[in-house]
Structures are given as C-alpha cells and as structure tokens.
Design a protein around this ligand. Structure first.
Ligand code: URA
Ligand code: SF4
Length: 202
C-alpha cells in the first residue's frame, strides 16, 4: 500500500522523457491496486491529458462498454494504464525511446499489482510488451507469455471505432479472456453476455 503510494508519487513527478514538457497531467493509471487483470493501452490522448485519467475519451467509452459486457469494471477486476504515461503531442504513437524510458514504471506497477492476466490493447502495447515479432492482426486473441504471466493481445478500441467490422473478432477475443478469468481467478465470474466454458472436472 505504502509502496504503491510512493510509486504513484514518483510517477506523478516524472520528467524522464521529452513528453514531460508538453503534458498537462501524468496519467498514473486507474483501478484496483489488487486487480487480477491489468490492461495496457498505448498512451494518453487529449481527453486523458486534460482529466488526468486513462481512457476517458471516445475509445475509453467503448472500452468501458466492452468491459461491462465481460462483467468487468474499473475498481473491481481491473487496473488500466498505458505504455507511456504522458500524452505524445498530437496523439502520435510514442517513440521507442519514450516507451523504453517509461517502461520501468509499468514494470514496477506490474510487480506491485501482480495481476494474473495482462490485456495488451492494440499494436503499440503488443510491440513494447512482447516484441516486434508479433502482429496484432495475426496474433490478437492468442495467449502469450509476458512478464511471466498469460497475456492476450486484442484490438485497441480506437481501431474498432475506425473499423467496426473488427468488432466481431474483438468479442471472440473477449470470450477467451472471460474463460481464462473463470479458469484462473474466479470460477463464479458472471458476464451478462457470455456463459463461460467452465471446467466441470474439478
Ligand atoms: N488510448 C490509449 O491507448 N490510452 C488511453 O488512455 C486513451 C486512449
Ligand atoms: Fe516520465 Fe513516462 Fe511521462 Fe516520460 S512519459 S515523462 S518517462 S512518466
């Protein structure tokens, strides 16, 4: 608890990369610090920079809807954050240098929260957490190992807003997340839109 607050304080004062110069807020992340599911996005955008919270713009609204359909909410099963914690000007993709300078913060958060499942939201999170060999179009919905835990790449909600035909695949990937959550965290987990495949052999 105290360690988490100290980390938060250090992150909120970070000036380790150029993004510190143009940001309004550092976005530490949000959710339950004992969450079993950690969601990793790309970077704060304009709305996030203004409000100081992750995923509060259009992408965030869609993300909340998708998560609600899975039976997940911020502050309960989830902690939500990003590859970089400050907004890149004009919402450009974070540079490899910015991502690598910011990465120790995220790794420290993973250490302290100790989630059982990582959700890699979009190509940028996939690239920086798992490496450039992976491709979101090919590898979304597949379980991989990241930081010694199961991780699943899924489409970023911004991609779903640009290309709604991806939503069908995105929901299939969500079902895999729900199944995994039931398997390793809570066999009684309830999703309003999907009946999980429960392991009845226990
Ligand atoms: N997109 C992201 O990747 N992260 C946010 O926090 C908001 C939009
Ligand atoms: Fe620090 Fe990360 Fe913000 Fe750069 S993006 S200033 S490394 S918190």
């Amino acid at each position: 608890m105290q360690e988490f607050e100290e980390l938060k304080n250090a992150i909120l004062h970070c000036t380790k990369c150029e993004l510190a110069k143009t940001r309004q807020h550092v976005i530490f992340g949000e959710g339950n610090m004992k969450a079993h599911v950690l969601i990793i996005g790309e970077a704060p955008g304009r709305d996030e920079d203004i409000q100081g919270r992750p995923f509060v713009g259009l992408s965030g609204q869609l993300l909340d809807k998708i998560l609600a359909a899975c039976g997940f909410s911020r502050n309960q099963q989830l902690f939500i954050n990003n590859i970089v914690k400050c907004r890149p000007p004009g919402n450009r993709t974070p540079s490899p240098a910015e991502a690598s300078v910011c990465m120790p913060w995220l790794l420290k958060q993973i250490d302290l929260i100790d989630p059982k499942i990582l959700i890699l939201l979009g190509a940028t999170a996939l690239k920086y957490m798992a490496g450039s060999d992976y491709k979101i179009t090919r590898d979304h919905g597949k379980w991989i190992n990241v930081q010694n835990r199961p991780a699943i790449p899924v489409y970023h909600p911004a991609a779903l807003l640009r290309n709604p035909s991806l939503k069908r695949d995105a929901w299939e990937d969500c079902k895999r997340i729900i199944d995994k959550y039931c398997e390793i965290v809570d066999p009684e987990h309830y999703s309003p839109h999907y009946k999980p495949r429960r392991n009845t052999q226990l």
